[in-house]
Design a protein around this ligand. Structure first.
Ligand code: ACO
Length: 428
């Protein structure tokens, strides 16, 4: 088989042989195809629906089969048998840790959970009703001013230190954003607790000596972090890579990732699922609601995915985690409606023929609500989970010799060479 594409440019009659590598042609090779005036051919691809921006060895997705793997390990096995910090190590370092490597990693992350006291004063300065995601994004970006050494992105030791710092400090910043909105004092990290138990302590501790979260809740949240840890070139990861390509420090790049995640099309669908379930109100109304979806009057939130054309593997795991959480917190009454919706939709030709299956957001909002998180916190939780993925992708980017500053082309549609008349004459 000849791995190339033969293209005939009908504008000039010229033929070109464009090499195909890894199932892709290089945009620069297409640029060698020129019109009669010498202008290179470009690819127009809003939303990058069919453009690979990088080579990556971090995460593999097969949307038709419903497969998700981090560094080659299936998500189901990681969720069942690993921990979030081990998965974070795997994503960042590319391999599972030895016992010593794991212990050092956990120790280092545990001992970097504290933030400078000035970060605390800075966060206290937000308005009383500030959105926690806005607070998180600003404070992650602000960390760059506390660690100016982070600008040396070519030094591996310095890079690794920032990675540890960021994975460690995200729960502190996330929990403090939550406490601020509640008017409660910030809780300092407790180095005797594991990563996720410590996060729950910083969120919910009041006057007790130590906040002892139920182990089943700790495990469920840890699993949710694992499920969100990476998802290859999604909107926020693309933002981190794009910003990182300017060789800025990783705090600024990750702040850009948090900003991208803040948007409702990316991190906010689980909140929309909860609103939808509340609107449906009871199991008996499900069938009418489904009719509304089929008539095009409604959208079944938490269903469908740009990449997955099969059951999202993360949704299956979350559904199982629901049982563990509800055993502790009591069943969320909306669960019954969600399960009925899923049952009907999975049997209905409208959804089957369009390959619409539950995605990660269909059940995650129900779990977060059971933890008593307000909806504004859902994306903060997502950001904490996604941080190791952003950093693994950033590390890959800064070490990739093929990468350049991200600078897409445009197709200019505006005016040209207009004559400027000064305001004093135009308004006379
Ligand atoms: N409910 C009803 N119909 C749907 C849904 C849905 N949730 N999703 C897609 N469809 C229909 C579309 O109307 C379209 O039908 P048509 O062929 O008759 O016009 C067909 O299925 C294909 O849908 P597209 O919109 O082309 O699919 P796309 O890949 O662009 O959209 C998306 C994917 C945005 C996720 C969509 O399925 C959706 O809006 N889902 C609900 C929101 C949601 O749950 N988002 C979370 C995604 S997961 C995440 O981001 C972490």
């Amino acid at each position: 088989m000849n791995d190339s594409l033969t293209v005939r440019d009908n504008r000039t009659g010229q033929e070109y042989d464009v090499p195909i590598e890894n199932g892709a042609v290089r945009g620069a090779d297409l640029g060698k195809i020129k019109d009669g005036e010498g202008s290179p051919l470009a690819v127009y691809d809003p939303g990058f629906v069919n453009t690979a921006s990088c080579k990556s060895a971090v995460t593999y997705i097969d949307g038709d089969q419903g497969i998700l793997e981090y560094r080659g390990y299936p998500i189901e096995q990681l969720a069942e048998k690993s921990t979030f910090l081990e998965v974070a190590y795997l994503l960042v370092h590319g391999e599972l840790p030895t016992k010593t490597q794991y212990e050092t990693w956990v120790h280092d992350i545990t001992y970097h959970t504290f933030v400078h006291e000035n970060v605390k004063s800075f966060m206290e300065g937000f308005r009383y009703d500030a959105h926690p995601m806005g607070m998180l994004l600003a404070s992650v970006g602000a960390l760059s001013t506390f660690y100016p050494d982070a600008r040396d992105i070519n030094d591996d030791e310095i890079r690794q230190l920032q990675i540890v710092r960021m994975i460690a400090k995200m729960p502190t910043l996330g929990a403090w954003s939550f406490r601020h909105a509640q008017g409660k004092p910030f809780v300092y990290p407790d180095n005797e607790l594991g990563y996720t138990a410590n996060f729950l302590s910083m969120l919910f501790k009041m006057s007790e000596d130590r906040f002892a979260a139920d182990e089943r809740l700790v495990k469920a949240l840890d699993v949710l972090f694992i499920l969100h840890a990476d998802h290859e070139q999604n909107c926020s990861t693309n933002a981190v890579r794009s910003i990182g390509s300017s060789q800025v420090d990783p705090y600024s790049a990750v702040a850009g990732g948090v900003a991208a995640l803040y948007g409702p099309l990316h991190g906010g669908a689980n909140e929309a699922v909860l609103r939808m379930l509340r609107r449906i109100g009871k199991k008996e109304n499900v069938s009418d609601f489904i009719d509304g979806v089929k008539n095009g009057d409604e959208r079944l939130m938490g269903f469908g995915h740009r990449v997955y054309k099969n059951y999202d593997p993360r949704a299956k795991i979350i559904k199982k985690a629901c049982d563990d959480v509800f055993e502790v917190t009591g069943v969320n009454p909306l669960l019954e409606i969600a399960m009925e919706l899923e049952k009907i939709a999975l049997e209905d030709d409208y959804f089957v023929s369009r390959k619409l299956y539950p995605n990660v957001d269909f059940y995650s909002g129900l779990i977060y609500e059971a933890f008593q998180f307000p909806p504004e916190m859902f994306t903060v939780l997502f950001a904490i989970g996604r941080t190791p993925g952003w950093l693994a992708q950033w590390l890959e980017l800064v070490q990739d010799k093929e990468q350049k500053i991200a600078r897409p082309k445009q197709i200019y549609t505006g005016h040209r060479t207009l004559e400027f008349t000064p305001a004093s004459e135009r308004w006379a």
